[in-house]
Write a protein that binds this ligand. Structure first.
Ligand code: HSE
Length: 458
């Protein structure tokens, strides 16, 4: 018998009982040896829901309550699990729990992406856990790896496929040569996409996760509103087909990376002085955090991540490259991550310790306009003499160098498909604006970043 099992059970208050909450209740009720494996006894003290009259399979009705505040305050509750989602009332309840000295486990990426740093400070002041493994990439133990295993690592870059819905849609568009709208409708039919898919397909969900990843990787406070974001709704099957022809797959990527290590040619740039002997203090790391679709070389480990799966590729100065892969959503996989945190929180509570990470480092965010990568740009133009020269001149005038160009005939029109050399994003944006005002340009269709290019990016 282990020490934990001799102690009284830790009382758990569950806020919210959707897919993940119901799966957690089942895992807790399932007599499959949580106590034997972990040495910890957990007791579900209550489940706060909006509608107590609704039956929930596997959830004892006597545990349901409509009063979440009272459940948080209850003496029977020592650890609070927040699975309501959204900002309110989740924030108020989480703050109340932390102020009362009760550890909190949450899967709420929106709450963490917006108020993560202040909640971590609150937890730290109270000396209790704020744990959120399930908030990023579901069952994949990424948060713990970044917080603990890589605590001494200088993380250079984290690149993630952290939204299963969009990865499913892009995989289907590629496999079946289907339009975005048709695949989205099928994903909705299969229950893989929400009725209102905006949060997933426009990158909001991934941006909140990118903010959390960056905050962990660089120990800094970055909120979701600071993360530039693009979604997948403008991607066409022909862009995916052309990417494949060039040896790439199209993925929605969440990226958090140090960009100052690329500026070592310019000593002192990181602290803004240009002076390598500047003694005004340690350099402030410069980072980029962003979400956008990109063409990824087929040889990249993330290119093999298909369907609704998630994966995160981590690069560090000492650890080198690693990839974590698994289920990023779904009731049971997400509940598995919540349960892991819950057991940690219970152990820490009994031991009088905490694993809360308070982001204390300062970073500078590099503006999107100053990021550098290669670009794929597909433009429909009138098929007349001089058009290609006019278009190419616009690229040249804005300092964007063309690496390759292919022309596809479309009757009276032609599609010009450019891949550029590495270029500054701001220059590419002004190029696109100038191209849009040329009479001969009918439509600027596909615009995608090319990731993992041989040339130095960022
Ligand atoms: N909607 C998300 C996804 C899961 O499709 O991956 C929850 O973050």
């Amino acid at each position: 018998m282990t020490r934990g099992s001799l102690e009284r059970p830790v009382g758990v208050g569950l806020l919210g009982c959707g897919n993940v909450g119901a799966a957690l209740v089942q895992l807790l009720a399932d007599d499959s040896g949580i106590e034997a494996r972990s040495g910890m006894r957990l007791r579900l003290a209550g489940v706060a829901v909006a509608d107590t009259a609704r039956q929930r399979q596997g959830v004892p009705p006597e545990l349901l309550t409509g009063d979440a505040d009272a459940l948080v305050a209850s003496d029977d509750v020592e650890v609070v699990v927040e699975l309501i989602g959204g900002l309110d009332p989740a924030r108020r309840l989480v703050e109340a729990a932390l102020r009362a000295g009760k550890p909190v486990v949450t899967a709420n990426k929106e709450l963490l992406g917006t108020h993560g740093a202040s909640l971590a400070s609150l937890a730290d002041d109270a000396g209790v856990d704020l744990l959120y493994e399930a908030a990023v990439a579901g069952a994949i133990p990424l948060v713990r790896v970044l917080r603990e295993s890589l605590a001494g690592e200088q993380v250079r870059r984290v690149t993630g496929i952290v939204n299963g819905t969009t990865n499913f849609i892009l995989t289907m568009m590629s496999d079946r040569k289907m339009d975005y709208a048709d695949v989205l409708a099928e994903a909705q039919h299969l229950g893989l996409a929400e009725r209102d898919p905006t949060a997933d397909v426009e990158g909001h969900d991934a941006a909140a996760k990118a903010a959390i990843i960056a905050s962990l990787a660089f120990r800094c406070d970055i909120g979701a509103p600071q993360v530039p974001r693009e979604g997948i709704s403008a991607i066409r099957p022909l862009d995916i087909a052309f990417a494949e022809q060039l040896g790439y797959v199209v993925k929605l990527l969440a990226v958090a990376e140090r960009v100052d290590h690329l500026d070592r040619r310019e000593p002192g740039r990181a602290n803004g002085t240009g002076d390598p002997f500047d003694a005004s203090g340690p350099p402030v790391p410069e980072v980029s955090v962003r979400v956008h679709p990109a063409m990824l070389p087929r040889s990249h480990p993330l290119a093999a991540v298909r369907g609704a799966f998630n994966a995160v590729f981590v690069e560090g100065e000492s650890c080198g490259e690693m990839m974590l892969y698994g289920r990023g959503a779904g009731g049971k996989p997400t509940a598995s991550a919540v349960l892991g945190d819950l057991l940690d929180a219970a152990h820490h509570l009994r031991a009088g310790t905490s694993a809360t990470l308070v982001p204390r480092a300062s970073v500078r965010l590099r503006p999107a306009a100053d990021l550098r990568c290669a670009w794929y740009i597909a433009i429909d133009v009138a098929d007349r003499p001089g058009v290609l020269a006019a278009v190419a001149t616009v690229f040249g005038d804005h300092g964007v160098s063309i690496r390759s160009m292919e022309q596809v005939g479309l009757g009276d029109e032609a599609r010009l498909i450019f891949v550029t050399h590495v270029a500054r994003e701001g220059d590419v944006r002004t190029t696109l604006e100038a191209l849009g005002s040329l009479d001969v340009v009918e439509n600027i269709g596909g615009v995608l970043r090319v990731a993992g290019d041989d040339e130095e990016a960022s």
